[in-house]
Design a protein around this ligand. Sequence first.
Ligand code: BG6
Length: 489
Amino acid sequence: MDHKKAFKPCDLVIYGALGDLSRRKLLISLYRLENANFIEADTRIIGVDLQGLKNDEFIELAHTSLKEFLSDAIDSAVWKRFSARLSYLKIDLTQMDQYQQLNAVIDQKTRIMVNYFAVSPFLFKSICQGLEHCGVLTETSRMVMEKPIGHNLQSSKEINDVVASVFTEKQVYRIDHYLGKETVLNLLALRFANSIFTTNWSHNTIDHIQITVAEEVGIEGRWDYFDKTGQLRDMLQNHLLQILTFIAMEPPVNLEAESIHNEKIKVLKALRPITLNNVEEKTVRGQYVGGYIKGDTVPGYLDEEGANKESTTESFVALRVDIDNWRWAGVPFYLRTGKRLTGKRTEIVVYFKQLPHNIFKDSFRELPPNKLIIHLQPNEGVEIEMLNKIPGIDEHIKLQKTRLDLSFSETFKESRIFGGYEKLVLEAMRGNPTLFLSREEIEQAWTWVDSIQNAWHHYKDAPKPYTAGTWGPVASVALIARDGRAWEE
Ligand code: BG6
C-alpha cells in the first residue's frame, strides 16, 4: 500500500451492480482508487444483480463500463489488479432465501462488509429483510445509500425507518456527492484555519452571500425521475443546503462526524421557514424553453423526450434564505440553481460590507465592496476582489478593482483533484463517517423544503419560462434587485 496508512479490507457488495449508478459512477471511482493505490490489497468487490451472469461476464461488463465512462485510458496493469477483485452473485432482491448465498462468500473475520444500495429505494426494504434473514450482518457491517432519500419528510422517514430496523445509525453512510468534492471540503480549511476569515465571518462584516449551482445539462433522459422531483428537491434540498451549512455553521470542536453534524443541524434549524405568506417574495421557479448551449440548439423542458406537455415542474429555482441566529441576523443568502443555464458553474460569493466613508471619490463615487469568490467547480480556486492604487505619479490616487487569485490547479500542481464519489466511496470503505449525512440532517432539510413545496402547491403559480443558455428567468434578477443587490455574473 505504498506509504499510506493501512485500513481493514472490505467485502464491498454492490446491490444493483449493473445499474446506472454502479456503471457510471461506482465502478469508475473504484477503478480510479485502484489506480491511485488506495484500495486495500485484500478488498473484494461483489456485484449483486438479477441477470445471472458468470463471473467472467460481469468482469467483461465492468470493462465495457470503464471504456464507456472513464475519461482516461485503461491501464492494463491496474485493470488486472482491479478485475481480480470483482465477482458476481445472482440474487433476486425480493426473494429472501436467495440472500443465503452471501454467507458462503462474505468473510467477516478478515474483512468489513460494506453494503452499497445502488438500487431504487423501493427495494431497500427487501434488501434489509434479506440481509437480516440470512444472518450475514455483524455489528461491523456498514450500509451506503444516496439520494433520493425520499421526496419529502414522510417518505424519507419511511426509508430511514426501514434501514434503521437492521442497521444502527453509526453503520449507515448517506452520500451527498457534493461533500466529497475537494473544494467543498476546503470550505472547512478556509473558514477554520485562517484567522482573516474566522474573525470576519458574520453580520458585522458580511453584507450578503450568494450560492450558485448552474448546470449546462438538461434532464439527460431522466424525464420520469426529474419531473416528479424538480430542481428544488433534486439539487437544493441536498447539495445547496449542504454548501450553505458549511458556509454558515459555527466552528465545530473537532473534525469528528458528530461535531460537524451537530453544527450543521443547528444551521438547518435556524433557517427561516418559507410559507404561503412569503413564498412569492422569497422564491422564483423557472422552466427552460428551447435555446442555444455553446452554439447548439437544445429543446425546451416540455419538448424533451417523453415529456408531459402540461408539466409545471421547475428546472430552476432561486431563493432568498434568512438564517435566524446571532451570527447571520440581517445577512441574506441568495441561492440559485438550474438546468440548461449559460454554463456549468458552482460558486459562492461572499460580499463584504461597504466602508462607511469614501475618501477616493476620484475613482469611485461609491467604493465597491470586497468580495471573496470561491469557485467550487470547474476551475477550482479562491479569489479575493479588492481595490488597489493604480501605479503612477499623478497628483490623485486612482484605484482599480483587482483580484488575488488562488487557482488550485496552479498552486497544487503535484496534487490530483479526485472526484466526489472517489472520496466518499473510499471514506465508506475506511469507516470515516464525517462526510456523510446524519438522519437528523436529512429530515431537518426536508422539513424546510416541504414547507416551500407546500406553499408552491397552494400558490399555484406556473414556473417562469427562461431560454436555455441564459441565467434563468428575469424574475430571479428581480428577487435580488428588490433588496438593492445583483447576482454575480
Ligand atoms: C445530481 C442531480 O445529484 O447532481 C443531477 O440528481 C445533477 O440532476 C447532478 O445534474 C450535478 O452534479 P455535479 O457533480 O455534476 O455538479
